[in-house]
Design a protein around this ligand. Structure first.
Ligand SMILES: [Zn+2]
Length: 250
């Protein structure tokens, strides 16, 4: 399904029991700009679009951490603060993550019936939040990495993720073999800039964990280059809205 409000993963759409989506403009979920009522209404618009009513929507208060919470019937009514990843095996529960250039990484194990939604911006990618998430699925739910289906939403591309030498060097300490995922940029104010391919870094993280490349669906749409369709922090700065990614088992 591709329409004006949502983008979804072809690979995940093969599972009729699964809902997966990323919202597009004009929908906006930035609660610094948009009222609570308007956000609630935007969730209703999603439900109308997909013709499904979520029993519960869990949206953590994100902070570019590598903290992941497992949602159970015991903690489902809690507030999740400083959390950037959600995993659950509960049906009817929508795991929601807000995004503007960061990767939303949706995870589904159709055998163990477990879902995850991970916020991986440059900080989350630097701290390997996706590795932590997959290991939770393996350790807690007994997932076999070969069974896990992954969708990486539209996010900032290597065309636009420009960094300075210091951050490039930090990445090269945390990741040992990503030379081919870093390219030389311009010299600005006497300083050499670089471009880092965050998308390929996370694909590599997933493959290193045993996930099949054919099970990784990558939207491969740069949100900054396509800021007419998606909210983009790098394109719109502080006034940028937020897209929301959702995964839910019916
Ligand atoms: Zn771009």
């Amino acid at each position: 399904m591709e329409d004006t409000l949502l983008i979804t993963s072809k690979k995940m759409n093969k599972y009729p029991e699964l809902i997966n989506l990323l919202t597009k403009k004009p929908l906006n979920f930035n609660n610094n700009i948009i009222s609570i009522d308007e956000i609630a209404n935007n969730y209703k618009l999603i439900e109308q679009e997909i013709n499904y009513h979520f029993d519960k929507i869990i949206k953590p208060i994100q902070n570019h951490t590598d903290n992941i919470c497992i949602i159970t019937s015991d903690n489902i009514n809690s507030t999740f603060e400083n959390v950037d990843g959600l995993i659950t095996n509960l049906k009817g529960v929508a795991l929601a993550i807000s995004l503007a250039d960061c990767q939303g990484i949706l995870l589904y194990d159709p055998i163990k019936k477990v879902i995850g939604n991970i916020h991986s911006g440059w900080k989350g990618t630097f701290n390997k939040i996706i590795v932590k998430a997959i290991n939770i699925m393996i350790d807690i739910y007994g997932s076999n990495p070969k069974d896990i289906i992954v969708y990486i939403t539209p996010s900032i591309g290597k065309c636009c993720f420009e960094v300075d030498e210091e951050l490039k060097n930090k990445f090269m300490i945390n990741y040992h073999d990503i030379d081919n995922l870093i390219s030389l940029g311009e010299i600005k104010d006497g300083k050499q800039k670089y471009y880092i391919d965050l998308l390929e870094i996370n694909i590599k993280n997933l493959i290193d964990l045993g996930i099949s490349r054919e099970n990784i669906d990558v939207a491969d749409i740069c949100t900054k280059c396509n800021s007419n369709k998606f909210h983009s922090y790098r394109a719109e700065k502080e006034k940028s809205g937020r897209n929301i990614s959702i995964i839910c088992m019916k």
